[in-house]
Design a protein around this ligand. Structure first.
Ligand code: G3P
Length: 217
């Protein structure tokens, strides 16, 4: 499973990337707002740090303007994946970008039907939002399972990029199902290392070591 980081915080991206934890980055207008930086400038910096795909999202809502924005974003670096919303105009723009060899991430996917359309339009990635489905008392993880089954039935090459990941359990569930990629905030990726028994075991080892009176260095 590939790990994308869902942030425009370049310090956090650098830190995780140095550990080999970053296969790509996803951004969106809300994350650009949170960064407080210019979209072109911060996206260029991210593309310099990370070798894998970096999703940059258009904000126009009609296909011709989406295409113009996407082509500008694609000029930032060769590893840009143009992100479009899962609307009819977004699918139209997706098809146009894909036909010209650009990678497209179709975002804001909330149903299996939408995911089928993204695959048909040539998306490199489809982004189903797990957490936001959970927020309205639907099972986000079940959507990942449905899309996995459907894409496998027809060998669609579109990668399932599970997004709106809020917890370590979301990531493990997605791995169990076989999502191709998860994109998660840096804090959730870091939280994967935590276990209460690890903390307890380490405290015991350190306390016993102290009693030996020995030193390694
Ligand atoms: O990748 C999509 C993500 O940024 C949305 O996450 O937590 O705002 O639903 P969230």
């Amino acid at each position: 499973m590939k790990f994308f980081v869902d942030t425009a915080d370049t310090a956090a991206i650098r830190e995780l990337n140095a550990l080999g934890m970053v296969d790509g980055v996803t951004t969106n207008p809300s994350l650009i707002l949170k960064s407080g930086r210019d979209i072109l400038e911060v996206t260029r910096e991210i593309c310099d740090i990370v070798e894998g795909p970096v999703s940059a999202e258009v904000v126009a809502t009609e296909a011709p303007a989406m295409i113009a924005e996407g082509l500008k974003l694609a000029q930032i670096a060769p590893n840009i994946a143009i992100k479009v919303p899962l609307t009819w105009d977004g699918l139209t723009a997706c098809k146009a970008f894909a036909s010209e060899g650009h990678k497209v991430n179709v975002t804001l996917c909330f149903s299996a039907a939408q995911a089928i359309l993204a695959a048909k339009a040539g998306a490199a990635f489809v982004s189903p939002f797990i957490g936001r489905l959970d927020d309205i008392h639907l099972e986000g993880v079940e959507l990942i399972q449905d899309i996995r089954t459907i894409y496998d039935n027809y060998a669609y090459p579109t990668e399932i990029l599970a997004a709106s990941i809020r917890s370590v359990n979301h990531i493990v569930d997605c791995a169990r199902i076989g999502a191709d990629v998860i994109t998660a905030p840096p804090a959730v990726i870091r939280a994967m290392a935590n276990h209460v028994l690890t903390d307890k075991g380490l405290a015991q080892f350190l306390s016993d070591w102290e009693k030996t009176g020995q030193k390694i260095l």
